[in-house]
Design a protein around this ligand. Structure first.
Ligand code: ATP
Length: 217
């Protein structure tokens, strides 16, 4: 069987070093063959005015282009319909086959909200879930909503070898370098004309400035 493939979704509004380190470190910690980045389409409640999904996708492409183990999947951005993770995983299963191990990568904050995702319990039929630690968000059963806590206790594997042993169904956690960087913080800095340098790649900052993104209207 080929190495597990990491699937990394997010709004990436904009992509930053917290995302890049999560993807990079997940490969080493979890034995992934690579990471497929999947920027979300335009979620109605989470849109930043003046920054389009196509621009968020372009920034992810710029940030990841030098890493041959990263690939970028534009399908959610290009789709007209709202994109749900479960549907994206169904599509990937169709594309990659039933045997390929898929590992959905999520930060601890995103994981804590998993039980509100569309058809969320079916996600475990399609992929493993790997939760990375993020400053301020503990990963422990006691701090999760009840239904998610039950899934977490039942599916949690301490040995990441479980990710290679089956196509999906397990939950693992991994400790990454703790970087308290968020896209929210970067958007605020840029809106206030302050420097966001060293929080995200220069190439992304160049893109932001040449397209006049995240400025106050
Ligand atoms: P925002 O501040 O706009 O909410 P964000 O910085 O959290 O954005 P997202 O695009 O929402 O970025 O996150 C995509 C994924 O990356 C999520 O699973 C999130 O938990 C994870 N993530 C984002 N920033 C970090 C970080 N600094 N450390 C670990 N995980 C992170």
């Amino acid at each position: 069987m080929s190495d597990p493939l990491g699937i990394f979704g997010g709004t990436f509004d904009p992509v930053h070093y917290g995302h890049l380190r999560l993807a990079e470190e997940s490969m080493a910690h979890l034995g992934l063959g690579g990471v497929r980045w999947i920027p979300a389409g335009n979620p109605p409640h989470r849109d930043t005015p003046q920054v389009t999904a196509a621009q968020r996708l372009a920034m992810v492409r710029t940030a990841t282009q030098d890493n041959p183990r990263f690939s970028v999947d534009p399908a959610e951005v290009e789709s007209q319909a709202p994109s749900y993770t479960v549907q994206t995983l169904e599509r990937l299963r169709g594309e990659l086959g039933a045997q390929q191990s898929l590992v959905l990568l999520v930060g601890a904050d995103a994981f804590a909200g998993l039980a509100s995702w569309h058809r969320w319990t079916e996600i475990f039929d399609l992929a493993h879930v790997a939760v990375s630690h993020r400053p301020g968000f503990p990963v422990e059963a006691a701090s999760l909503p009840k239904a998610l806590s039950a899934q977490f206790s039942r599916r949690r594997m301490l040995d990441v070898g479980a990710l290679k042993a089956s196509p999906g169904g397990a939950i693992v956690t991994f400790a990454m370098t703790q970087l308290a960087i968020s896209a929210t913080q970067i958007r605020k800095l840029l809106a206030n004309d302050l420097s966001a340098r060293y929080l995200l790649p220069d190439s992304v900052l160049d893109y932001i400035s040449s397209h006049s993104l995240y400025r106050n209207p």
